[in-house]
Design a protein around this ligand. Structure first.
Ligand code: INI
Length: 157
């Protein structure tokens, strides 16, 4: 018996990406954005094929992501933000709502929408995940976006 395996590649050449980035905690989200763009370009994406949209906070990112995904001009969307638990009592609520909404948009539109929001317990952890000790969540989210965009091209609509 042999089976067929299907998987996305990490070739981003010719693919178009939308990045929604929250201005809240922008000293962190700018690092996530830099990581995401670096990842896309290193994998072959052209700068002209990357659209960046700024929103006030992570909570607003699903609406902008939905517009991008519905527009049909991008192969994947990445949402970037930094929500710090210690700094706000409703951080958990924001994270849960954003994650749920981004998933719903991907399922509604068929366009991969990657959750690149750093959900940190404190500022130190947020810094670690935004390009220092624990890597860059923006970079990793962009990598997932490439893989999913590539995979979607191989699966039936
Ligand atoms: N938005 C963030 O992106 N990160 C946060 O840590 C954060 N905190 O701490 O509150 C945050 N709040 C703003 C929120 O995303 C909305 O912009 C705001 O509630 C207006 O709708």
């Amino acid at each position: 018996m042999s089976y067929k395996e299907i998987g996305g590649t990490l070739e981003a050449k010719g693919l178009k990406f939308g990045i929604v980035v929250a201005r809240f905690n922008d000293f962190l989200t700018r690092q996530l954005l830099a990581g995401a763009v670096d990842c896309l370009k290193r994998h072959g994406a052209a700068e002209a094929d990357i659209t960046v949209i700024w929103v006030p906070g992570a909570y607003e990112s699903p609406l902008a992501a939905q517009r991008l995904a519905r527009g049909g001009k991008v192969n994947a969307v990445v949402a970037l933000g930094a929500v710090i638990q210690g700094a706000t009592p409703h951080a958990g609520l924001i994270n849960a709502q954003v994650a749920r909404s981004l998933t719903a948009i991907a399922l509604e539109t068929g366009v991969p929408v990657i959750d690149g929001v750093v959900a940190a317990e404190n500022l130190e952890q947020a810094i670690e995940r935004s390009g220092t000790k624990a890597g860059n969540r923006g970079w990793i989210a962009a990598q997932s976006a490439i893989e999913m965009a590539s995979l979607m091209k191989q699966l039936p609509a």
